[in-house]
Design a protein around this ligand. Structure first.
Ligand code: BES
Ligand code: MG
Ligand code: ZN
Length: 473
């Protein structure tokens, strides 16, 4: 387990010390070393360009045996994002126990603000998914942060967030044969048990109960699978008042169904929305945010057998709306439709769904920007403000009457589950909007591009949702 703690400045230590240094300033590590280090830089042996790491042996001149000078670039250009770049190479590879000099790394940013970013960055970059490798590193990082004031509460909060992000990444990185709907339900039950909080409860509904509730859109996606569906419903109610519903797309694997994907690699990540809402729950409960939430996940895979859903089929969602299936690969919106209905039945007044919903959002915004949709401008702005705080990129996307009309243009049912290539991400959002009742505020985050990269799962938007929930708005 990675450990991060507050290290008093006065405490003498021989541990390696990480110090930040700017391009346009004299290097200040210790008066016994500074001129030597500056000389190295003048000769070009040492760089303070952003993101560089220089290892310096101190040979008894100071108690710390090694200094790592981290390049921060120009002070005038230094910002919160550059802290992340500057700190990205601070990993267990530098040494299993490190000290970090916070004031030198925070530049003109307050230590209180910088410390959270640094801790989250450290936890993120020290993550490995090596459980199935024969050769795995046993190294675990232990970091002491040297600051001018006691920042242990902020360190603790950031550590909780960082660990939850990595737990989310673990869930997403697991392949289907180790992460079925049943496995996810088991994880959620264990999570709730470990959180050990009397305001927290979980219910896992099985197929028969899901049938009884009339969640036929969800069931339609599951009907071609040998693995049963699971409906996960977690309630956290520490205060009186309304609930925010956090709904995660839980497609444990998306083959496309009979509208089979030509390439389905990485589709184990189609449950990233579900993994993210579980991560958000973990941060909210561990950091004791005074907010009521419900987590709702319709977990299933999208596969084919003799019972599978077919294009042209007409199904009926939980709220009675009928849907013509144009593509069995537009399955996420079917499960989410019923999840939205369920959340409103259980009195959620605000809904946030997180979903790897469309390839179209990847075409529009790429791998680093999440598409944001919603029915309330103030909520959209609040979520964008939260994303700016967490340094995750979100971009507002439109739902207009033209696309709503297309979603309603079926000749044989109330809705179509696919409207073709144009406006693909908005079409999916417009479809979901059909399941949001009057007066209910709703936000939809399409994380198809941001949740999973070549390097694996990212945990995208977890930190943004946490900050959104934490903000007093
Ligand atoms: N799970 C996919 C979306 C996706 C694409 C996630 C790329 C992650 C990376 C979703 O179920 C899907 O297949 N969407 C279709 C919808 C279409 C058939 C209307 C798509 O985007 O092609
Ligand atoms: Mg699909
Ligand atoms: Zn999908």
């Amino acid at each position: 387990m990675l450990q991060i703690y507050c290290h008093p400045r006065a405490k003498i230590s021989s541990l390696p010390l990480v110090v930040g240094a700017f391009n346009d300033e004299a290097i200040k590590v210790d008066s016994h070393l500074d001129s030597d280090i500056d000389n190295l830089r003048k000769k070009g042996y040492l760089s303070t360009d952003l993101g560089t790491v220089n290892k310096i042996y101190t040979f008894g001149k100071i108690p710390n045996e090694i200094i790592y000078v981290i390049g921060l670039g120009k002070r005038s250009e230094y910002n919160r994002k550059n802290i992340i770049t500057g700190c990205q190479k601070i990993t267990f590879e530098l040494g299993e126990e490190l000290l970090i000099d916070l004031p030198s790394l925070s530049g003109n940013i307050s230590e209180k603000e910088a410390v959270g970013i640094i801790v989250e960055t450290l936890v993120y970059n020290n993550y490995r998914f090596d459980q199935y490798l024969k050769e795995k590193s046993e190294k675990e990082l232990k970091v002491g942060i040297i600051a001018d004031e006691d920042l242990s509460a902020l360190i603790k909060e950031a550590l909780i967030i960082g660990v939850a992000v990595n737990n989310t990444r673990d869930l997403v990185n697991q392949p289907y044969n180790h992460m079925t709907a049943e496995d996810l339900a088991g994880y959620a039950q264990e999570l709730v048990a470990n959180l050990n909080n009397s305001d927290l409860s979980i219910e896992v509904y099985e197929k028969e109960e899901i049938e009884r509730m009339g969640m036929n859109a969800f069931l339609a996606v599951n009907q071609g699978s040998t693995a049963g569906p699971k409906l996960l419903h977690i309630k956290y109610q520490p205060v009186s008042g309304p609930f925010v519903g956090l709904i995660g797309k839980g497609l444990m694997y998306d083959t496309g169904g009979y509208s089979l994907k030509s390439s389905m690699n990485t589709m184990k990540s189609d449950m990233a929305g579900a993994a993210t809402v579980l991560g958000v729950l973990e941060t909210v409960v561990k950091n004791a945010l005074p907010i009521n939430i419900q987590v709702i996940i319709c977990a299933t895979d999208n596969r084919i057998n003799g019972h599978a859903l077919l294009p042209d089929d007409i199904i009926t969602a939980m709220n009675g709306k009928t849907i013509e299936i144009l593509s069995t690969d537009a399955e996420g919106r079917l499960t989410l439709a019923d999840a939205l209905c369920f959340a409103q039945k259980y009195k959620c007044k605000k809904l946030i769904d997180i979903a790897t919903l469309t390839g179209a959002v990847v075409v529009a915004l790429g791998e680093d920007v999440t598409g944001l949709f919603g029915n309330d401008e103030k909520e959209i702005q609040a979520m964008i403000a939260a994303s700016q705080e967490s340094l995750e990129e979100l971009w507002p996307m439109p739902i207009n009457d033209a696309i709503r009309k297309k979603v309603r243009s079926s000749k044989v049912a109330d809705l179509k589950n696919s409207t073709g290539r144009n406006m693909g991400a908005s079409s999916a959002a417009a479809f979901l909007e059909e399941f949001v009742e009057e007066g209910i505020k709703w936000l939809h985050l399409d994380i198809a591009g941001t949740a999973y990269h070549d390097a694996g799962a990212t945990g995208a938007v977890l930190r943004t949702i946490y900050r959104y929930l934490k903000s007093p708005y």
